[in-house]
Design a protein around this ligand. Structure first.
Ligand SMILES: *Cc1c(COP(=O)(O)O)cnc(C)c1O
Length: 390
């Protein structure tokens, strides 16, 4: 038995477990009955069309992961050795790994405090300096953290000014909007993830979306081993095996039917945490920018220990001891050993927002299937650590 389990006999509360609707089964059954047990088929075609329609974009390509979708996007933009790609620093490593797959170099851009996402100020500075060095990036990857859209007006206008294509990493923000427009539909290309912990899941999977149908055609080609149109197997380009299984696309179709319910459930969970904890000294919840709607994939907050007298670390420790899965906010990529030596642009001189969010931030269990009893267990643990009478 693990040490963790010996400290409590309470059942585990996961950060963001899968939440099936039951509607997935009819699509899986269809795949079995028609024998489309392959990385293509009617569920794949329909899932692509349904996601494109949901977002209001021209086309979508279903792939085996969100990481694969980012890789295809970079490959389509011709990113190669010697190039640089700008990327949000406060994110999961998958946002930047494909830059390395292409042999290119990431440059990390800090967050700003209003959305916790890419700072337009830092981006502008990085673009200005790279233009002076005659080394403008091949692409910018902007992440919508925990469901919250970045400042898209500012970021798209900077990218337009410099003629740099924008890739929107919307892996965490399916179902969110910015000024009424779907998250993931702002860049030249957008990507989504259907990993087991995301707001909807296919167990593993992803989607590349764009209004540019030519690119999406090419993405399908690259994701299918770049097979030239010939009866014999002919290849003139390097390709990948990145397509999504027809069975898993069926899971995705069933999940997509309940996406809006899942968003509302996660927002409700955020509201409960907010009501119970937001007024406590030193606690600040992740903001929601005006005119945006976050899917609140994960509820996140910061603790200022100079006010609360208690650090984020001790809150996390107590949650863990009570068999509750909580996590610090992502460790910024510019602090990761993997990316040592890469350039990074702070929000302002001597003001690194992502670093302080990492030191002070906590993500709470936020699964759409969470019960009130589970919510109270989490809330009471946080309050107990803060020595607030519950
Ligand atoms: C989950 C995630 C990805 C990667 O998606 P996979 O489907 O796991 O490959 C990329 N970026 C962000 C921000 C993510 O949270």
């Amino acid at each position: 038995m693990s040490l963790l389990l010996t400290t409590t006999n309470k059942s585990r509360i996961f950060l963001s477990p899968p939440h099936m609707s039951g509607k997935e089964l009819k699509y899986i059954k269809g795949a079995f009955e028609s024998n489309w047990i392959a990385p293509l088929g009617p569920n794949v075609d329909a899932f692509e069309k349904e996601i494109a329609d949901y977002l209001g974009v021209n086309d979508a390509v279903a792939v085996s992961s969100g990481t694969a979708a980012i890789h295809l996007a970079l490959s389509l933009l011709g990113v190669e050795k010697g190039d640089t790609v700008f990327c949000s620093s406060l994110t999961f490593v998958a946002s930047a790994n494909p830059i390395l797959y292409q042999g290119a170099e990431p440059v990390f851009i800090d967050s700003e405090p209003d959305t916790w996402n890419m700072s337009p100020e830092a981006l502008e500075k990085a673009l200005m300096e790279s233009e002076l060095d005659r080394r403008l990036p091949k692409a910018v990857i902007v992440v919508n953290l925990y469901g919250q859209s970045a400042k898209m007006d500012e970021i798209t206008s900077l990218c337009d000014d410099y003629g740099i294509p924008l890739i929107e990493d919307a892996a965490e923000s399916l179902g969110s909007t910015y000024k009424g427009k779907a998250s993931g539909s702002f860049g030249e290309m957008g990507i989504f993830s259907f990993n087991g912990n995301k707001i909807i899941t296919t167990s593993g999977g992803g989607m590349l979306v764009s209004d540019n149908s030519e690119w999406m055609k090419k993405a399908r080609f690259l994701a299918t081993q770049a097979r030239d149109p010939a009866l014999h197997y002919q290849h003139s380009k390097l390709g990948y095996n990145y397509r999504l299984s027809n069975i898993l696309a069926g899971v995705g179709r069933g999940q997509l039917e309940v996406l809006d319910e899942r968003v509302e459930a996660r927002r409700q969970i955020f509201n409960r945490y907010y009501e119970e904890l937001a007024h406590l000294p030193g606690i600040s919840f992740m903001p929601e920018l005006m005119n945006t709607k976050s899917n609140r994939w994960l509820t996140a907050f910061t603790v200022d220990d100079s006010i609360s007298g208690v650090s984020a670390k001790s809150i996390l420790k107590n949650l863990t001891e009570e068999n509750i899965e909580a996590r610090p906010v992502w460790k910024p990529l510019h602090m990761q050993p993997l990316f040592e030596g890469c350039d990074n642009y702070p929000h302002r001189e001597n003001e690194n927002i992502s670093e302080s969010l990492f030191h002070q931030g906590i993500c709470l269990p936020s699964g759409s299937s969470m019960s009130e009893t589970e919510l109270l267990r989490v809330i009471n643990s946080v309050k107990n650590t803060l020595k607030i009478k519950v």
